[in-house]
Design a protein around this ligand. Sequence first.
Ligand code: DP6
Length: 330
Amino acid sequence: DHLGTSAVAHPNIALIKYWGKRDELLKLPVADSLSMTLDLFPTTTTVRLAPGGVADNVTLDGVAAEGERRQRVVAFLDLVREMAGRVEPATVVTRNSVPTGAGLASSASGFAALAVAAAGAYGLDLDPTALSRLARRGSGSAARSIFGGFAIWYAGQGTGTAADLASYAEPVDVPGFDPALVIAVVNAGPKAVSSGAAMRRTVETSPLYRAWAESSRADLADMRVALRRGDLDAVGAIAERNALGMHATMLAARPAVRYLSPATVTVLDSVLSLRAAGIAAYATMDAGPNVKVLCHRADRERVAETLRAAVPDCSVFTARRGPGARLSAG
Ligand code: DP6
């Protein structure tokens, strides 16, 4: 209608990482990945059709998007229009609830919300699997934010249409498992290399990449067992080694991509000290210096305090499993 269609989605943090594409256009990953959708920092997106308009109008957090940021949204809308057999341009308004400059702005929540809102606005009736495949085309990790709790994103096999159909996320049911994820934001600056560019460079130049991708398959199998058991120590240990391995592939790329900062390493040391003190705490890092620490909900205050003490000028947020993407009131 004239008010448009709105959707909300939350970021997700991968416990088994997505790092590397085998098809850039279709955003088909090299390997399966597995994540937890958070209950923090939702993105809300409204898509309103503008039948008389000449071009898409994209506003991100109150600012008109330009250049590459706008183009990525326009390309996504082109895909939706092609699927729907429609031609009208749209007005897109996106609001992120991440504290500004927290270095946590997420393309996963952004494209998951945009997929749900744009599909609604253009009259596409898509099931969650199709929405996940659509969100994937905006940003790979967005495929997982369609679902709440834990989600696995299948790489699918082969190329072309068959592979496109086979690469989607689905929920991994772990009813009793409800850990905390304590997020230490150690550096709010913009990233030096985008995750897309960094993963491309890693796949193309890192001699460690193939070995990590292979070990990641084994990590995923182990992770499924650990999750089914609700074994936080196993889940955390697997997630931590998978993330450190991913960063090792980047450090070996040519030229190297290094997202980890001195403060990152300080937080990693405090995670080790927590473990030495008998607290189950395990770290994972993405394409930036911030650290996400998985722990029991009962330990979350202690963990947060320890991270704050380790890096006094960091900001700490505590998340748990959150909901999947859905239509919203706007
Ligand atoms: C390190 O989903 O941002 O967070 O598909 O190029 O948009 P594109 O990449 P993106 O990459 C996320 C990488 C990661 C790991 C993960 O979320 O699995």
